[in-house]
Design a protein around this ligand. Structure first.
Ligand code: GRF
Length: 238
């Protein structure tokens, strides 16, 4: 029985290799929910001892653990079990999650990617490299993608995407900043929906949106106004 059905907030682990701004957005989202929160971050872990994500966890008195051997599935599995983790949110995590963990957390491990998958994803396509590839390809729309994680980079079933315009004046840095703002709005809402059990991973790579009865279609929310877009995200996530 997941926490969502028990009524208790789902116990969430956030794995990150970088500054942890998505972690911060997730923490802020659940803080704003107060006692009605659908999840609570109980563990922050990183393959980098100096990652900002660990520091953010420490500032919130959340166990913040450096994992020196990210490929060691037994060690990672043990750490997650030690904290009774029910949902894993990868947020700027650059290492492949061992198959032992992706199997155990099938349908309970998600990731945010700073481009519109399946394009501009896969090994080595992270951070500014992804944004530079978008600019080099000359596409006019990029965005954020949230997907379930399986045992390959960026290939799991898509849950939600939110498009962002690419401007002629964009550099990889300016595009990254615009997409990151969208990530901070989109990702916490998807984490919340998965934590609530409103979105689940069914068979054959199909995503089920229980709130809206939508099955199989990645959520799409876009307007010119962020707040209106947030409302459309909340509507689409049920
Ligand atoms: C973000 O662009 C995220 O999409 C990617 O890593 C970047 C850094 O995220 N996966 P954060 O600031 O460390 O959360």
């Amino acid at each position: 029985m997941t926490a969502a059905r028990r009524g208790a907030p789902a116990r969430i682990a956030v794995l990150g290799s970088g500054g942890g701004s998505n972690l911060q957005a997730i923490l802020g989202h659940f803080d704003a929910a107060g006692s009605r929160r659908a999840g609570t971050v109980v563990l922050v872990a990183s393959d980098r001892a100096g990652a900002g994500a660990l520091e953010r966890g420490r500032q919130r008195d959340i166990p913040a653990v450096h994992i020196p051997r990210p490929a060691d599935g037994i060690a990672l599995d043990g750490l997650l079990a030690e904290h009774d983790v029910e949902l894993i949110a990868l947020a700027g995590y650059l290492k492949l999650v061992p198959a032992q963990v992706t199997r155990r957390y099938h349908g309970r491990i998600i990731n945010v990617h700073p481009a519109l998958l399946p394009a501009f994803g896969g090994p080595g396509m992270y951070g500014l490299r992804a944004h530079q590839a978008v600019l080099d390809a000359g596409v006019r729309v990029s965005g954020a993608s949230v997907h379930f994680v399986d045992d390959a980079y960026d290939r799991g079933a898509l849950i939600a995407q939110w498009p962002v315009p690419v401007l002629a004046s964009d550099t990889a840095e300016s595009l990254a900043a615009r997409v990151l703002r969208v990530e901070h709005l989109l990702y916490p809402r998807v984490v919340d929906a998965v934590a609530r059990g409103a979105i689940t991973l069914g068979g054959h790579h199909r995503v089920h949106h229980h709130g809206t009865g939508v099955t199989g279609d990645p959520m799409f929310a876009f307007t010119s106004d962020e707040e209106a877009s947030v409302q459309s995200i909340d509507l689409a996530l049920g």
